[in-house]
Design a protein around this ligand. Structure first.
Ligand code: SF4
Length: 457
């Protein structure tokens, strides 16, 4: 008889969700569930959902549909839906999908073991989606052994040396296309001492690279949980950089209006701060930026980009762009295309606008026809692909410090890793190299999404 209970977690969406899933995994592990990659073996299934794009939401319902047979076979199986779709849909989700036992919003993930016990004991669905304006991120969730390799084991995945650390949650910006303030609630920041305790515990287990996470990390610290003392993101970065064994620091994601001069200066001062900045612009048109409630103009954005380039000429800039926002004219779209050419991003995540329930833009008139959105998206992506390729070719002949993440996905026996600027490099090197090692690589060829090189001996 199988007495070991098993948990299976499926994650959709952003890095915040990936970290939330890891936390739920930690909590379940501490409650004696061991993780499995085989959904058929699971005693509890958690689907951590994302509602930022319509497609991700559809995928959740189709996965739930496929789980019906599993639940019929094993009525004791607990099915939980977490994340933004859970928050948005609440009881409606459970009514539509009665096989779901637990619906929990992002503020309630820490209650998962308690909700599992209640669902099991009472045999009743558990819905936890109320948003508290005074929500505090719990101070510290002890890492479970499953997060780390054994002391004498060689790292076998990037998970063994790089980790996400949530520093804040929620958002106060209310961009008119976005549901986050309604699904994750108002902004709340963790105490810097709790964050440092967590990072030090990770460092002790061999973690070398930390990505600080939040919906808007550069407004971190205003205010802290419970209105305690005020601090700033740049101060936090300096504290993290003081931890000796942490070699690389990254963060995501940022809001251009909150990008302070102090933070820009960190790129000049803090050697461990990786020169990669994901700075979502969304549109190059002031008319559209205003309708999106973004709080900056294209000119203000470009001035900040200029300062970043001056302070750190090797900085890798990436962004998000929405095409076909309600009211976007050809002229507005052209302004976005012009901005792309001015900034010359290394990479762009671009999407067609879609109405998200609860977001203000749902009620906006002048919706753009889908074929126009598709045309604009492909025009933008064609243009950006040319820029990305040019950007990557500019590395040819340079030497880059690469942190090894594993063997290349191309299956050609090459190693694969990332530069400080977060660009993937596939390179030839001896089999004696190991995951998590930092090596110098000479770049021989810049491709659209990666670089190719050889180890510097
Ligand atoms: S800044 Fe805007 S887009 Fe980003 S999470 Fe907040 S509301 Fe959403």
């Amino acid at each position: 008889m199988n007495t070991v209970r098993k948990s299976y977690i499926e994650t959709f969406g952003c890095q915040m969700n990936e970290r939330d899933s890891e936390i739920m995994g930690q909590l379940l592990n501490n409650a004696d569930y061991s993780p499995t990659n085989d959904i058929q073996q699971a005693d509890i299934i958690v689907i951590n959902t994302c509602s930022i794009r319509e497609k991700a939401e559809q995928k959740v319902y189709s996965l739930l549909g496929r789980l019906r047979k599993l639940k019929e076979k094993n009525p004791a199986l607990i099915i939980s839906v977490a994340g933004c779709v859970a928050q948005q849909e609440g009881e409606r989700l459970q009514a539509r999908m009665p096989l779901v036992d637990i619906v929990l919003g992002p503020q309630h993930i820490y209650r998962l073991p308690e909700l599992v016990s209640k669902a099991t004991l009472k045999g009743m669905p558990q819905i936890a989606v109320d948003l508290s304006p005074s929500f505090e991120i719990p101070r510290y969730v002890p890492p479970s052994p499953l997060m780390f390799r054994q002391k004498d084991e060689r790292p076998v995945s990037p998970d063994h040396f790089k980790k996400f650390v949530t520093i804040m949650q929620g958002c106060n910006n209310f961009c008119t296309y976005c549901v986050v303030p309604y699904t994750r609630g108002r902004e709340t920041s963790r105490d810097p001492d709790d964050i440092i305790t967590e990072i030090m515990a990770l460092a002790e287990h061999g973690v070398k690279e930390i990505t600080l996470l939040g919906q808007n990390v550069n407004s971190y610290g205003k205010p802290l949980n419970n209105g305690r003392q005020h601090t700033s993101f740049s101060k936090l970065l300096r504290k993290v950089a003081a931890i000796d064994s942490i070699k690389r620091i990254r963060f995501t994601t940022s809001h251009p209006k909150d990008l302070s001069h102090d933070l820009i200066e960190c790129f000049a001062e803090i050697e461990k701060l990786c020169p990669h900045f994901h700075l979502p612009v969304q549109s190059g048109s002031n008319h559209i930026l205003k309708r999106m409630n973004r709080g900056y103009t294209a000119e203000e954005y470009l001035a900040k980009v200029d300062t970043l380039h001056n302070v750190r000429p090797d900085i890798v800039l990436t962004t998000d762009i929405i095409v076909g926002f309600p009211g976007e004219t050809d002229k507005d779209f052209q302004a976005t295309m012009d901005l792309l050419k001015t900034v010359r991003y290394h990479g762009v995540f671009s999407f067609k606008y879609s109405d998200r329930p609860q977001a203000k833009a749902v009620a906006f008139s002048e919706k753009i026809a889908d074929e126009v959105k598709s045309e604009r998206l492909s025009c933008l992506q064609d243009s950006q692909n040319k820029i990305s390729l040019q950007r990557n070719r500019e590395y040819e002949g340079s030497i880059q410090l690469v942190m090894i993440e594993g063997l290349s996905k191309n299956g050609d026996g090459q190693w694969s890793g990332r530069t400080m600027g977060n660009i993937i490099v596939n390179f030839e090197g001896p089999s004696t190299l190991s995951i998590g090692q930092e090596v110098a690589v000479i770049i021989k060829e810049g491709l659209l999404h990666s670089l190719r090189g050889a180890l510097v001996l």
